[in-house]
Write a new protein. Sequence first.
Lengths: 242, 242
Amino acid sequence: MSDRKTQFDKALLGLRSLVMSGEFSGSARLPEVALSERLGLSRTPLRQAMDHLVAEGLLERIETGGCRVARFTLDDINDAIELRGVIEGTAVRLAAERGADPVALAEVERVLDRIDIALKHPDHIDFDAYIVENASFHRLLAHLSGSQLMQREADRVSRLPLASPSAFLREQELIPDFNASLLRAQHQHRAIVEAIRAREGARAEYLAREHARLARRNLDYLANAGPGVATRVPGLSLLSAE
Amino acid sequence: MSDRKTQFDKALLGLRSLVMSGEFSGSARLPEVALSERLGLSRTPLRQAMDHLVAEGLLERIETGGCRVARFTLDDINDAIELRGVIEGTAVRLAAERGADPVALAEVERVLDRIDIALKHPDHIDFDAYIVENASFHRLLAHLSGSQLMQREADRVSRLPLASPSAFLREQELIPDFNASLLRAQHQHRAIVEAIRAREGARAEYLAREHARLARRNLDYLANAGPGVATRVPGLSLLSAE
DNA sequence: TGATGAATTAATGTATACAGAAAATGTAAA
DNA sequence: TTTACATTTTCTGTATACATTAATTCATCA
């Protein structure tokens, strides 16, 4: 359909992964010409992509022109996690209050089953599958609200740096009982859906907020693991640059 | 300081007011060349501004290229109002939980006093002053959270089309007891601040949500006032184009 | 008359050229 | 050695040219 790969899309994808790789976390200004040559496109679509990433919060503008990789404090990340819980909490509350589409609810159940499969063997969790299906689940939750605006907002906050639990998967060995926390997360998933089915908006909202706060636990462990870790966790390398 | 008026800033300001004027609400594609000539700048900064307004939700992209003025349903606007309450509610909850900066709190009180003055004579309310001071109040509320992220988000949602009570001021004569509702809003303002002072986060959050929902009442009246009103209310003319 | 399709027109997406500002480099003086 | 200033270079912000794609017009045929 509209799979027309525009240069801007390429620039956005490429630049995002470059930034996430941490290569430019040295807080210097991002050189436009060098980046555009490296990505194989001109400065125009690259600058568009930079604008988007500034809006996303991954980059920040410099007063004297241009932009650089945004630097986050621990508080920033905690706030992003909190915000994510608030937005998703609102989405599920609206879904419960207004009544969720049964077809979408069935789709949610299928995704939850696939997450179960990924978690089937607690010692050999299929992390790649979990990341994909978990993202699907959260996208579907926003969809259940029936509100286009909430979907867009949920999509936005899910991209906030380090707001997602998946961001911590690469450093799981540093986090005690990480696998167990994934199982707990899945229990929360089912509880949220159950609350929506029962039309209990307040409970659904509360559960979604608590669910988001699981990420805080992981963040705390990584933050106390010393500066060495910061440079090994892609997103977190930004934090150490503060 | 950084008052360097860049062409992009001019484009953003100019385009926003043009869109708000309703002149292009006919859902046709926005012509880039014509607009750039009219605003006295080239297509490059104009397209930047269009990107920003798309992100803001005021414009929407067309599959075949370009963009047009976004069309809103009543549900869209109600969702925007709800979201505003949720975001501001979170900001004041965090402010209460974390403890608000006394200096900022004092500034809030001064703004509230100025709102009182604007509302002093219920039959001759100073609407212009009210709009300005009310905006200041809500900006300061977000500031009280101490979170840069919450400030940015609050700023964003306050710009969501028709999410703000001020958007209805022009059509006040169509809304029964409109002036009285402004007085009620001011009472809510003080109650919110009081809850923050008392460190009662949950109450502050609840009050802020209810406060935002005042706008729903106004919206309902205008929605029932017939299609003629839609074309007279700048933002709402978008609604009738659906 | 209505519909289908070719041809023309217009408009978007992208590249690039250019001007002006910021940073870097180098030189001279204290 | 360090500071201040001048010079050079680089880079951003903006304008514009170009190409490709969408819209429109017009002509032909059923």
